[in-house]
Design a protein around this ligand. Structure first.
Ligand code: ZN
Length: 297
């Protein structure tokens, strides 16, 4: 990098219009740059790829993937990427249209290919009904689905770097075994839970709930803040379920959660579904639900 900085004034005095691209080209000399939408995908791609590719996330830590708008600096980084792993976030289609115009050579791999999807449930307030057709994008807290995604990741990486295919296959095998062993462990851990309601602020835990026979009760539905009337409905359901813990993601509205906690007699427990290693997040989540565990309810 030092030599590039030294070369810069020389290139500029020559009026070398392509200079910024020369810098990008130099950066591209490292491992190929691969982008993912959210941090949990990062952990999965790294598990398969090791150090063979450089992985970056579109959505920066602390931001909600449902409202994120990429900065110009982020778009510049993306213009040097060779592969993008999408995961079905509602905003992704718009990002990808822009990206394809900036970077026509960008390959896009849909990480959800082969992954069974669930519909998003209604608000938890009966008369709001279901949003028909809306699929839940939060697939990564299901270890079983992580195992499926491992294959898609392997395929896309092997297309990118065919000479490293054997290494990607080994990475995929290790990730699949880890995910399936965790699935078994979580089935055992959750089998005797008395309270089977998973009360959450943002509905990011639906696949986890489905895999382990729990019922996700969400305060909010995909970015929409509850009205006071809806909040009353959620409170009633919390009381009916006898749930004592409300999981709240740090990326979302904390004030409403605290109001609910006060009025509903529940404890607000921070739990982000966006950790870089979704298998570790799933394990932590299960531990939070088990009363006998140190962190549990
Ligand atoms: Zn979400």
């Amino acid at each position: 990098m030092t030599s590039l900085f030294r070369a810069a004034p020389f290139l500029l005095t020559l009026g070398f219009a392509g200079f910024p691209f020369a810098v990008l080209g130099a950066e591209n000399a490292g491992p190929p740059r691969v982008f993912v939408s959210v941090a949990p995908q990062l952990g999965l791609v790294r598990a398969v790829a090791g150090e063979l590719v450089h992985v970056e996330t579109m959505v920066e830590a602390g931001h909600s993937p449902h409202t994120y708008a990429p900065s110009p600096a982020k778009l510049t980084r993306l213009s040097g990427a060779v592969l993008y792993f999408s995961i079905g976030l509602p905003l992704e289609a718009g990002w990808l249209t822009r990206l394809r115009s900036l970077n026509p050579g960008l390959a896009v791999a849909d990480m959800l290919r082969y992954v069974p999807r669930r519909s998003l449930e209604g608000h938890g307030h009966e008369d709001h009904g279901r949003e028909e057709g809306a699929l839940d994008p939060h697939v990564w807290l299901s270890p079983r689905r992580c195992a499926i995604m491992a294959h898609t990741i392997e395929q896309a990486l092997a297309r990118l770097l065919p000479e490293k295919a054997a290494l990607f296959a080994a990475g995929r095998r290790a990730l699949v075994s880890r995910a399936m062993a965790l699935d078994q462990e979580l089935l055992e851990l959750t089998s005797n839970l008395q309270d089977r309601t998973l009360a959450v602020y943002h509905p990011a835990f639906g696949y986890f709930a489905e895999d382990y026979g729990l019922h996700q009760l969400a305060v909010e539905l995909e970015g929409k803040l509850p009205t006071p009337r809806q909040l009353t409905g959620v409170l009633q359901q919390l009381r009916r379920a006898g749930t004592k813990v409300l999981l709240v993601q740090p990326e979302f509205d904390q004030r409403t959660a605290e109001t609910l906690a006060r009025q509903g007699g529940v404890r607000v427990v921070p739990c982000s579904p966006l950790g870089e290693d979704p298998l570790t997040t799933a394990k932590t989540l299960a531990t939070l639900l088990v009363p006998s565990s140190p962190a549990g309810r």
